[in-house]
Write a protein that binds this ligand. Sequence first.
Ligand code: GLV
Length: 324
Amino acid sequence: MKAFVSRAIPPAGLKVLEESTDLDITYNTLDEGFSKSELIARTRDADGLLCLLTDTIDAEVLDQCPNLKVISNMAVGYNNIDVVEATKRGIVVTNTPGVLTEATADFTWALLLAAARRVGEGERLVRSHNWHGWGPLQLLGGAVNGKTLGLIGMGRIGQAVARRAAGFNMDIIYYNRSALEPALENELKLRRVELDELLVTSDYVSLHAPYTNQTHHIINAESLGRMKPTAYLINTSRGPLVDEAALVAALQAGQIAGAGLDVFEKEPELYPGLTELDNVVLAPHLGSATHETRGEMSRLAATNLVAVLRGQRPANPVNPEVLS
Ligand code: GLV
């Protein structure tokens, strides 16, 4: 069985792969993804592919890699893979859920607090040597303690964000396709609401839903128009949940107070005007970027890949119907 690893990954996963001496594995050892044509050329004969969210695995790639039996994505999100097309071809797709929940929830709070308390602006002021000392009117931001947090999406990461909000004495509301178990709602002190109520009442709106046709541009001109002028939008899920053109217009107009973005519609491209805005904190897709978490993601992705190639059931199939 042959496999290809599309980009340099942390050592924990490499160890699993290197110990799999029954498999013939080739690697892109660079910390840079291949172009689509190069990816196809390297994967053409492969039975397995370990890829990253920066690789687009669509029908064109699948057509040209007819031996593929498994695509192991080193990410919890898998919108970079056409799972419907993979399923049609009997290819198992796997992801890395669970291991990045806490790191991503932490980073959501880093962005929320940075946006509310203007950490980026303050840092730029100090770094540019333009800070002339403490001032009673200087860089006043939004309070977090006691405010209302609205979570769109209430899976593992949404719940981990909610757990942290308890320490800030926040009212927490959420919008999700399905309701949590009442016991969990009680434990986390959550209330499920309609999207409109969430937008209208939240001081902080944070996105934790996967990217699908249903969540495409869930935040658009209309939804931004429903938010409070003092509210902040935080996105650590996927860029296209937000209509970036509408967000830039809303931030320019002061229609909302600010935003914290870890993900973008067309990464790594930035929507024109975004970097000129002071009321947005921008991060380069760092949600899961801790040594520990990336190590676990790498290990899990490698383990999923190897399992399928050995005819075993992987721990994290996203299209388990292929296995039955
Ligand atoms: C990161 O964005 C992931 O989906 O793992």
